[in-house]
Design a protein around this ligand. Sequence first.
Ligand code: ZN
Length: 162
Amino acid sequence: MFCDEVLDQLEAIAAGDVTPDGRIAHHLATCRDCAGALADAQQVEAALAKRVAPPTPAQMTARVLTRVRRQRWRAEQYLDLGFNVTIGAVLAVIAGSVWLLLNRTGLAVVGNGVVSLFSAGVTTIAARVGPSLPLYAGAGALLAGALAVWWWAEHASASNWR
Ligand SMILES: [Zn+2]
């Protein structure tokens, strides 16, 4: 029986996990070093057992959950605001594009109805629309860009929010 063998089990013995059998008990009774080491280990064990973990404050779980919910709600509010601003800007651009088309090019005639379209004559329409084609192209591009931003906002919202 060597001291090493006893010392290996010393912590378990001190903790009460292992009951020293005959050989080890005999060694502990006869070896001062091992007996002293066991006494030290038992003191440490007792000190640790006396330490009481501070109790969890009452309502802690509820408070933490409330805080988490509040933070999440705030984040969603910011996202909502950003989304609404983006949509508002997109709608403004679309409205502006339509307004440009209708008012700058004289195409409001179309808006007034098919009758006025025919009465004005196809040639007249063509003559009025022809020079404005670059403007149509610009407005169309603007509209496409706005729709792209809108699509992007919808897409981002779908992937980030839910
Ligand atoms: Zn020993």
